[in-house]
Unconditional design. Structure first.
Length: 258
């Protein structure tokens, strides 16, 4: 089922604060729901560098309990590569998509879809050289790469311009988030991850809810809307597509009851 009424407010209407979502228990009373959760900025607070995040003790156990409550309809959808996510969180027995949805696995470890290709050695070397020359942090990803300029916000425009030119010459795409420009393969979006999971059990037929804090999560919100669900934006960033908002990572944990 597709909704035709407007579901989101924010960037196009000015800094309107989105209302909080109804309690999760009430949502589940209305029928089966599927939750798609971003990681950085949604389940854990953002750090200056990706490796510096703090994962709360027991978070994975609480997510497994939430998975059981949802009868398996829970997926983590992160910009991180999945091996990086596992290194911080532990091995989740949860559906998950990494590298902005490009690499997807079911809860039992079965791959969903094709394995995406990584960047060539030459591309990685060129990205590293740019990062070193401009005092940026380059993050290697299994299926892409990321130039972080959070510590040098004045270099945002130059970094994005370089990334766009680099991507255009190599049939890549650029996703821009909070202080980062990422190079990914075409089709590596969080909307594509939602679409893939919604085609299989136990997600098929449920109402999807996507929760995320960054610009790249707008694609996830759009994917949820396409299947009759909605998005929840985290933090103060204006959102064009989210229906509801939560103020912080702590508020997300409270809403999820974890």
């Amino acid at each position: 089922m597709r909704r035709t009424e407007p579901l989101g407010r924010g960037a196009m209407d000015g800094p309107t604060k989105l209302p909080p979502p109804p309690p999760l228990a009430r949502l589940l009373e209305s029928g089966p729901a599927a939750l798609f959760l971003d990681f950085d900025g949604t389940l854990v607070d953002i750090a200056p560098r990706p490796g510096d995040i703090h994962v709360p003790d027991g978070l994975l156990d609480r997510l497994h309990a939430l998975r059981d409550r949802l009868e398996g309809r829970l997926a983590l959808v992160s910009g991180r590569a999945l091996d990086d996510l596992t290194g911080h969180l532990g091995q989740p027995a949860i559906c998950r998509a990494g590298s902005h949805g490009a690499s997807r696995f079911l809860a039992d470890g079965t791959r969903l879809g094709d394995e995406p290709r990584g960047l060539s050695d030459g591309s990685v070397a060129e990205l590293r050289a740019f990062a070193e020359a401009h005092g940026l942090f380059y993050e290697t990803k299994t299926h892409g790469g990321a130039l972080h300029f959070r510590g040098a916000p004045e270099k945002r425009e130059a970094t994005l311009a370089f990334a766009e030119e680099f991507a255009a010459s190599r049939e890549l795409c650029v996703t821009s988030g909070k202080g980062v420009a990422e190079l990914v393969r075409p089709g590596a979006t969080k909307a594509a991850a939602v679409e893939a999971f919604m085609q299989v059990a136990p997600f098929a037929g449920a109402a999807p809810v996507f929760i995320g804090d960054d610009v790249t999560d707008e694609d996830g919100f759009a994917g949820a809307i396409e299947h009759g669900g909605f998005g929840i934006a985290v933090g103060e960033r204006p959102s064009e597509k989210a229906r509801y908002g939560l103020d912080s990572v702590a508020a997300v944990h409270h809403w999820l009851e974890i």
